[in-house]
Design a protein around this ligand. Sequence first.
Ligand code: XIL
Length: 369
Amino acid sequence: MFKPSRRTLLRLAAGAMLMPALARAAEVGLARIAASRGLAFGTMIEPRSATGDGAAGQLTAENSGLVTDAQFHWAATTPSPGAETLVNADRMLAWAEHQHLSVRGHALLWHLQTPDWWSRGDAGAPARQALTTHVDKLVRRYAGRISCWDVVNEVVRAGDRADGLRDSPLVRLAGADYVDLAFHTAHAADPLARLACNDYGMEVGSRTGLAKRAAFLKLISRLKAKGVPLTTVGIQSHLDVGLPDFDETGFRAFLREVAGHGVDIVLSELDVTDRTAPMDITLRDQMVADTYRRYLDVALDEPKVSAVVCWGLSDRYSWISDLSLPEHRRTDGAPPRPCLFDQAFQAKPACAAVAAALAAAPVRIGSPI
Ligand code: XIL
């Protein structure tokens, strides 16, 4: 069980210190606080949390300048070759546009969302061709409406292959240069869209974490050297409460090195699992808030970080609240509290902490999103 630090206890005692930030967040919304520093702020949306629930939609609209529409996964949009079902994607996108939000599209290629028919070789065309058809179709269909695509998601895995790529049907069927191919195809389909490579686990300074960072940097460096149209790097930022294994210095240096490749950086899926925090809600919420604050203080110091996107704004619709995923379940059975707003959409200390971190971020000028 994770023990609250002295700092957390002190912060709890002085909880009132964060009240002005909370009041400000409620009054003006997180996106406007972010915008005052040249940053974009937003959240992932899906049908339940946007169009399916008025109060949740309102919370999103009030606090976001951009959203990640997570309705573009290949297996979900294309259940059989050539048969796209884009009803949810169209609906989410129309909703976002109605709210004047810019949209990141998530995700064109992800090993967990590769259709079975494609992996089985039933595409009716060579695998590489079927992959480019998918990327081209989606990007072309939404050209001008998606500001940035997650072209590839979670494609590195240290130890799998010498080139650092994850061993998956994607690389096995489409070839070692499938990432390059996907980027070139997306760029041809919408030359103005920003194109991202998105991955997780970068904040962790453990041996595995360091190896993953190295593999990721190697990929970025190779893509840039070959003229692949990569503009953006997504650092997912699914954090564990208390940030175990967070090596602040190493992470700062890593972000610098990523930025050195001429890309902008999006903290693309921010949330905090409270699985190991004590049951007491006051204490737990403060620990989660401290985790957000500590991480953002470091990450937002990097001038190339241009946007912060939460993976859901409220505990009600967080994937961490989905108890069918055993890795998120608390041993005491208490409902998780990973987000900025609770199940009833009330702001929690995490909201004040994020508002304060955004307000304290160095001003950036000319951020791309
Ligand atoms: C999550 C979704 O939010 C859930 O609805 C789904 O059941 C599992 O995936 N990394 C990613 C996201 O890139 O697509 C994942 O989203 C969370 C981890």
